[in-house]
Structure formats: C-alpha cells, structure tokens
Design a protein. Sequence first.
Lengths: 601, 92
Amino acid sequence: MSRRKGKRESRWRGVAVSDGAAAGRILRIHVGAREDIYRVALEPPEVEREVTRYRAAVRLSRRQLLALKKRAERALGDEHGYIFDAHLLMLEDRKLNEEVESVIRAELVNAEWAVKVITDRVLAVYEEIKDDYLRERSSDIEDVTRRLLVALSGESMSGRRLTQDACLVAEELLPSTIAELDFTHVKAIATDVGGWTSHTAIIARGLGIPAVVGLRDFYRQARTGDTVVVDARKGEVVLHPTPATFEQYRSDSSAASPARARVVPAEELRAPLKTKDGAEILLRANVELPVEYDWVARYGARGIGLYRSEFLMSHRGELPGEDEQCAAYEELARVAGRDGVTVRLFDLGGDKLFPAGMETGEERNPALGLRAIRLCLRREQLLRTQVRAILRAAARGPIDIVLPMISDLTDVRRTRAVIEEERARLGDEGKEVGAVRVGAMIEVPSAVLVADWLAREVDFFSLGTNDLVQYTLAVDRGNDEVADWFRTLHPAVLQSVGRALEAAARAGIPSNVCGEMAATPAYAVVLVGLGARELSMAPPSIPRVRRTLAGVEASEAERLARECLGCATADDVEELVRTRLGGLWPHLFPPETLPPPKTRG
Amino acid sequence: MAARGVRVVNRLGLHARAAARLVRTASAFRSSIRLERADRSASADAKSILSVLMLAASRGTELRVEAEGEDEEAALEAVCGLIEKGFGEEEA
C-alpha cells in the first residue's frame, strides 16, 4: 500500500449502523468530477446568456448550501454551520464572481471552463501554503467549485456511476443518491451525519454493507483514492491505515465472519414459519430499490410488507407520471407474488425529500410539519396520480395501500374519499381497476390513542416503529446528539405497540410491524410476545429472524412481554430482555449476541 | 484612513471558519477594509473570503489592517478585535 508523505493514520469514531468491516479506496460522493470539465468557445452574442447561466448556477448552489447549513446546525450544532457559511461567502464573493464573468467575456468560453480557470488559480496558491492545516482548507474551495459545476451541468449532486469497488464517504447520503449507485461496487459507507435509523443505515443493513455514520467531520478530511478501513464492528474508521493496522484488520475479519454468510436452503425459507408452540408468523419484505426486488424470493419473504414509494422520485425531485408509476407498481406486484405488496403512499416532506416545485417554506419543526399524508392531502394532484396508478396496477396483482403518518381518523376518511373518486373516474374512463385494501401506518402517539376508532375504518394496521419511537419519546432519529435517548425498548414504546396490536385484534383486522425493530431477533421475540404475527423487514434480515422465531415459544415471549410492560425504564426493559432471552434460549442468544449490561455514569 | 498592526493568535490561523467570521464582520461596514501581511508579501480585501483565505495567514502572522471610509474607526476596531481575540475560538 502506498502512502503519500504527510498522510498519517488517523482514527475516527462514529456510530456503527451495520455489521462487518471493509478496507479499500475512498470515493467521496458529493458532486460531479472536476476532470470532466470541457472548454467550449462561444460566439460573441452568446456571452451574456452564458453569464446569466452562471449567475443562475450560483443562485441554485446558494439555495442548496443554505439548506445544508440549516441541517448541519440542527443536527450538529451551530459550530458546524460555519463551514457552510464559509462556502456561502465564497459563492457570494465579488472577486470570484467578477473574475469568472470576466473570463467568460474576455475569453469567450463557457461558464464551466471559466469557473475551472479561476478556481485552479486559487487552488494553485493554496498548494504553496506551508501551513498544513490551512492547506487542507483547499477542500472547501474544491467543494464549492464542484457544487457550482454540478449546478451548471443541471445534473444531480451524486449522479455518478460506480465502476470499481469503493468505500463511499459523504456528508450525508440521501435516498436519491443511494438509489443511483450500483451496490455491487459499494464495499463500505462512512458519513458525517446520520444515526441508526437514517436511510443510510437502513439501506446499509439491508445490503449487508459495513457502515459507520455520525463521523462529524470525516468527509472534509477524506479524499477520493485515499485508503480507508471502515469497521462497523467497532464503529471506527481509519484513514490512511498503516500496513500494521491493515494487517490487524484483515486478520480480525477472517477470524470472525458474522452469520450473514450462512446459507439457508430455499425450501426451508419458504415453509410456513411457526414458533415451537405453533403460532404462525409471517415474515415480509421492506423494499425501496429495484436492486432489492430479487431478494423477496431469495430470502423467502411472504410478499412485500412495505414499499417506500417515495423512492420512485428521481434525484432531481421529479415524480414519475401515472403510467410510469403504474408500471412500477405492476412490477412490484409481480415480484411480491400472491402474498401481495403494500405500497405506502409518498412519505415526503418534512426532513425527507420534497418533489421539485413543491417545497414549502422553512419549517421550524419539519418532523411535525407538512409531510406524508398531510402533504398528499394538501398537494392533492400528487395523491390522485399515485392512487390512480395503484388502482390500475391492482388489476394485475394484489396491492394494498397504506397511509403514512395518520394522526387523526379524518386523514383516513379524506384519503379514502379520494381513492373512491378516482376509482369511479377510472371506471368512467373504461380503465380496469383492482380491489385495494387501505391501511393506516401507526407511528404517531395520537394514532395509538385512537387506534380503536381507526381500526373500524381501515383494513389493516402497519406499525412503523422507527417513527413511533421518535414521536413517542420526542427524539429526533437522525440526531446523533440524542441517540442515547432513542430507546426502542422504552416501556412507553412497548405499551404503544401492544395497544395498537390489541386494537387491531379487537376489530378483527391484521397488523404488520414494519420498522427496524422487527429485523432485530431479540426485539422480534418481544414483538411476538406483544401479539405481532406479521413482521416486515429488510430481506437479508429474514433468515436470522426466522431461525430465532422458529426456536422460541410464543407463550414464553408473551410472558416476557408482560414483564416488559411492567418496567419503569428503558434500562430495566433492556436488562430484562437481556437476561431472559439468554436464560430461556441460550442456543439462540449466546452472550455475545446480546448487548452488554449498561454501565451508566 | 485608519490603520494598525495586529497578530493572528488563534491556533488554526485564518482558516475557512475564521475567515468567514472576518468577512461577515468586515462586510457590515461601509468602509473599504484591507489586510496586508506585515512583510508586504500579500494583501487582501477583507470583504472577500477568497482573498482573505489566500493571505494564508497562519498563527503568529503579523498583519496590518487598513480601513477607509465614513466608519473607518469602528471598522478597524471590530476587525482587529476579532483577530486579536482569536475569533472567539477555544485555544487547544
């Protein structure tokens, strides 16, 4: 391994959000490549248009940076916002803008080339700086340059094809960024922002890719091509590892290879799953990306329990039209087979993505803002297009609709009215439609409290445990500062889950638990104890959960759950789960698979 | 015109974050404000972050700050104060 002079090994601690470890070369994911810049000669009449184009790119970059700055401040504190403040100032810099424009005018060249000429000049000065720390700051200028160039190209910030194995390093990977990448080449992921339930984390676990998030300032130190070890077993990232570190990592990896690689025979995966005392459990797939479609059959999922439809949105924030959506849902129904697919209506807005042109104003509390079903009802055309596409696709295979972030029965009624209107309209148009069941996501405390009312007017419940934890405990799931307060096994969360499951049972409707909770074997046992009989998870988690549940008694799980419900604190529940599981089923829960006892200061 | 010498005292020098604060501060004044290395090897417009960054002023660098305009005294005070106080950064 070659190490450039001055590239000393450095270690970074973050939050491990998946398992395993990998070493390789870094690919920084941000914006387009500087190498691809071309020079185009302009005719004199084209010059002013080019200047206008440059100014528009500056404005676009500025908007992006303002949003990034806000997010960084919210997630990491004001200190981190300053970085983007510096970037913003560079964009506003009269010297930069005047020089770029004068190059466009004087040399009759395109804006991209002018930006490159000017920033190359600045970077050249930087290369001469003797102070290591200041020289490192050239990354800020590079970042701003790339953002500008991408804005000029009209492309996405990420749109890059992976052609060789790489460890992705980014400030934050957005679902749209992740959606575009070729996963077969992703060896590991390391990001500055994010927590256990961020999209990056969920996807990394789903794909079995080692990922460490919450590294705070790693992105700016890393360069594409640098060597790195991403160790998700320890929550550590090592930049420029020495040969000794590299060897250490390699021997660690060969010694302990996690259960991920174990092969389960296909027949075994497809047989109905029953606990030892005969309770039947359905394991379904959570799916968002086409790359995952094959996994539904491969891991023996009983259809798709949750399809996150907002992943249909392109990286430019465009949502596909009715026909295109219809084709996508038909494909999903085909993939899901007779067990069917549950499509969650667009869960957009808030801290998630906004479709182009639908951005609302700044929200003080995006998680509590105009998002999910609220956005669908407010931007009704969005809802109608999606509903029409689903109704049409349902003629070809079993599809259900689930409504995200229901907080009041009125949301259900209003959405149902739209569905019925569109069904009638499609009928009038002579188009074939299928029957769809309509369910409610239970992920907000108010929905839990009025669950009995909801259960009378929907066909099923889906429990989104990630949001349920976030909203019940008032803990932002993306904020690593408060990660200690994000306690899935909090008694209040378990009571909420239990209550929602009971309400569904009383009304005689099925319910599905589709949060990350279901994918963790120990938690899955608790969920079964609370009465869950249908769990939906990232497909690669299915074999492990299946093995666990096949080896436990539902009656014992129920006893454990009752005890958990009587606990006062999350610590108490965790300790109880840890000791009981290890005691009842030591073969399924050997000590090393359970969390260590808490040592709290 | 008002002018005086000042020394960069914070550990990391005029890095991006410090430069951003300096430019924000300077931009609040009407006066034109220049920073010059005491050895006259380079000078910068205090209202342009690229210009300030290219001064490459690390810790210990001696600078001369010049302000010219209706609020030159206040501008000089604000800019020099910021640099002398190490941009409010904690020393490590």
